[in-house]
Write a protein of this length. Structure first.
Lengths: 79, 79
């Protein structure tokens, strides 16, 4: 089973990468970009086939390794 | 209009970040992880409200800045 995890900085946490992208887009002539946030996406190929079990495992992975839950939020998609 | 861009290394391109995550998960006792790929997700808040126009602009941003199309592939989601 495939899982996709999105890890983004929480709202209110300064995102210098996103700001750099926004600034670069502006200087390249792309107007009308109000905000940019950059995060990570992690695609996992799991041996587990049960969806509920996979979600539990991936959530555990996020809490322990993939996200820094002090400043980052995560979401898990399975399929 | 919000846009979300995923940028992933193309298949066949070595992904050392993904490998590091896979190895770390294994050493933490998470078995059954066959593969991990790590990429970027970029969330854009655009002033543009027309979906077709926004898709064209974001694709242009990907080609020119957000992705290195030699080694990375990208996908654009709007909404």
């Amino acid at each position: 089973m495939k899982a996709r995890v999105h890890v983004m900085l929480k709202n209110g946490v300064l995102d210098p990468q996103g700001e750099a992208v926004r600034h670069a887009l502006g200087s390249m002539g792309f107007d009308g970009v109000n905000g940019v946030r950059q995060g990570k996406v992690i695609e996992l190929d799991l041996a587990e086939t049960d969806e509920a079990e996979a979600r539990k495992t991936v959530t555990d992975m996020c809490e322990k390794l993939l996200a820094n839950t002090v400043i980052e939020s995560y979401s898990v998609e399975l399929g």
